[in-house]
Structures are given as C-alpha cells and as structure tokens.
Design a protein around this ligand. Structure first.
Ligand code: GLA
Length: 384
C-alpha cells in the first residue's frame, strides 16, 4: 500500500475513532503534449503519475459528509449530503468536494452521510492536477459507497463540472486521465468524442517531471481568458471549435483577427497536429521526432499562447542543454508556473539533475523539485 493510502487510513482512525470501510484513490497527471487543446475539442496525450489523492471513508448514518484534509494542515469541513449546497467562503479544497456532491445529487443520485479522511502527495500548484485527483477520488468514492454505478468517464465529467462550479472553465483532460489512466501507457484522448487510445511509453524511456516551484493558480483569470480568445477565433472562422480549423483556414481570415487572437488560434491548431504526430513518434519509439515536437510545443506556448514564465523557459533551456541530442522537454499543464516534463533515456537523468541543481536557483532564486515517475493506473476503489 502506498504512503498516502496508509496515511489516510491512519488519519481516519485518529479523527473518527473507528476503522474505515473503504478506500478510494485517484492519481495526478502529467501532460506529455497537447496543451490548451482539450477545451477546443482537440487532442491531448497525458499519463497518470505516481502521486495521487487517497480517501479512507465510512458511512456515518447521518445526512452530513464530514471531511478531514490531512495535508491541508488537518483542516476539517462538514456539508450536507445533498444538492442543497453552498460554497465554503474560504476552504477551496472542500469546495471541490462540495461541487462533486452537488453535481452527483443533481443527476438524481442519492448519497448519504460519510466520514472521510483525505491524504495526498500531488504537489499543489505544480500543474500536476492535484484538484482533478481530488474530484475523481471523491466522485468515485460517492459512486461506490452508495451503489451509484457511475462510469469513470462520467466521474471525470462531474469533476470537470465541479471546477466550473468553483470558477475554472477547464477542459476534460485532467479528470479523464486521472479516472481512466493505464499503467505503462500515455493516453491519446480525443476531447470531442472522448475516444481513448492507450499508447505504451516506449521501452528504455522515462518520464521526468521538474517542478519549478513557482506555483500557478488556475481558478479564473488568465485561463478563462485564453479559453474566450479561442472561442472568439473559432467564431470568426465559422467552426464549432478550433479542432475543426486548419492553418489554411486561419490564414485566410487573418485580416479579420487581431494579432493576439490569431496567435492563440495558431497555437491550438498546430498543437493538435503535434499531438497526433507525437502519438506516432511514441508508438515507434522515435525520440528524435518526439523531441522536435515537444520543444515546438514549448515554443508555441511561450510565443503564441503566452502561458510560460521566465523561470519555466529558463528551466527548459537548462534541461535541453544537459540532455543534448534528442531533448524532449516542454512546460506541462495550464501554465503561469508549474512544471516541466521531459521524456528521457535513464542514463541522462543524473546529468540533468546536476545541471538543474547547479543552474536553476541562479535564474529563479529557488530550487526545483525533480520527480522521476512512471505512467500509473487511474482511479481505484477498494472495500477494506
Ligand atoms: C489545466 C486544465 C486542463 C487543460 C490544461 C491545459 O490543467 O484543467 O483542462 O486545459 O490546463 O492543457
């Protein structure tokens, strides 16, 4: 059993004075390529990571859900097990749970009282989807605890709606990979049809995540603004979503778009193509092609979508230099801080670590955290 699962069980016993009856778990994710394409009905290629959120729980026979968040300084919250819900004014972590509960109840499902202890090891604000793992683990917990039989993809959709309830109009990538990830595989997800293709991580390559430790916050703000710019571009091009547009179509209408909107659309349109090409490169183990695509993705996020920050750009360059040939490196996640992802040969990892240790603090005034991960399984539920 992983540390977080054990931690959730122990915290449950301490808080509620009884043994938990069930355990729910969902991982965070790292996106290998396909950034800000999901809400444009496009393609993404994430994998689940070895960190996640664990929930130990037991029905309490009341009409209240009581939750302990071990890793939010042992914070506690209590809310009704019904759709009759309001947001907590300060506990953001709990609002994800309140949102999930409300949305499940609004589907006509009946849930009851539950005691829950939560422990998680997805670094917060690192672009690794700690919130999606929280939503998915909780949605799957309610579904199993109360016999609702909600499919994992639907749990993911509920999680996405919970984000909107809180204020971030995100896409469906994070929750889907957290719910439906497969060990050893990245997922090519078509964010329109929700069709999934599991793509094996090539033999002899490892996924490396480097957290810049510049925290990002996606609730509202820049993220929703990017989404609006994409929707505006799609409207001008006369398509349902940018997924349906090509560079030829965009260039034909260039004069009708301001420069910013044009560049936002160019990122999304070219990024979709890069995802599909990256899937092929993954399938054939072509690291050189993957490197070209991942770095092109980074440059497009930096120059066209404008979601990187100097610390992240600097980190990417430090890593590229250390890896040398075939450097498959890019920022991952929503942007404005967070993490960098690399697909590397294990033999190169020590050199990359040494370069980051020697150079990152000089450009950013802080240390980075290096995480070697494997592609992990998605959500799970166990009766204890
Ligand atoms: C966040 C959102 C996702 C996706 C990424 C950017 O993680 O939650 O839906 O849009 O940003 O690719």
């Amino acid at each position: 059993m992983t540390d977080v699962k054990q931690k959730a069980i122990e915290a449950f016993e301490k808080q509620f004075g009884a043994k938990p009856e069930m355990l729910s778990y969902a991982p965070g994710r790292v996106n290998l390529i396909g950034e800000h394409t999901d809400y444009n009905d496009g393609f993404v290629m994430p994998c689940a990571i070895k960190f996640g959120t664990a929930m130990a729980a037991r029905k309490n026979g009341t009409d209240k859900i009581r939750v302990l968040a071990v890793d939010v300084n042992g914070d506690f919250d209590e809310f009704p097990a019904s759709a009759d819900m309001v947001k907590h004014e300060s506990k953001t972590w709990s609002n994800y749970l309140r949102g999930v509960t409300k949305l499940i109840c609004e589907r006509g499902c009946k849930v009851g009282g539950l005691d829950v202890a939560i422990a998680g090891d997805v670094p917060l604000g690192a672009g690794l989807s700690s919130s999606a793992s929280l939503e998915v683990a909780f949605g799957n917990l309610l579904s199993n605890a109360f016999g609702l039989n909600i499919e994992l993809q639907d749990i993911a959709l509920i999680g996405q709606a919970a984000e909107a309830y809180i204020g971030c109009k995100c896409g469906i990538m994070d929750q889907t990979i957290s719910a439906c990830g497969k060990k050893g595989c990245a997922m090519r997800l078509d964010c329109r049809s929700l069709e999934k293709l599991q793509v094996k991580v090539p033999e002899g390559l490892e996924v490396l995540i480097v957290n810049s430790n510049v925290k990002h916050a996606l609730v509202g703000g820049e993220y929703n603004e990017r989404r609006e710019q994409c929707e505006k571009a799609a409207q001008v091009l006369g398509v349902k979503a940018l997924r349906d547009a090509t560079m030829e179509m965009l260039d034909a209408r260039k004069s009708e778009l301001d420069d910013v909107t044009y560049r936002r659309a160019r990122h999304v349109i070219t990024e979709d193509d890069r995802v599909l090409a990256a899937v092929k490169a993954f399938e054939s183990g072509d690291l050189s092609k993957l490197a070209e695509l991942m770095y092109a993705s980074h440059c497009s996020m930096r120059d066209d979508f404008e979601i990187t920050i100097p610390e992240i750009d600097g980190l990417v360059e430090i890593m590229r230099k250390a890896i040398g040939e075939n450097a498959a490196v890019r920022m991952t996640g929503g942007g404005f801080g967070g993490s960098v992802v690399a697909v590397v040969e294990p033999a190169k990892i020590e050199k990359v670590k040494a370069a980051i240790d020697a150079e990152y603090e000089k450009i950013s005034g802080r240390k980075a955290t290096i995480i070697e991960t494997y592609a992990a399984d998605g959500a799970s539920f166990t009766v204890l």
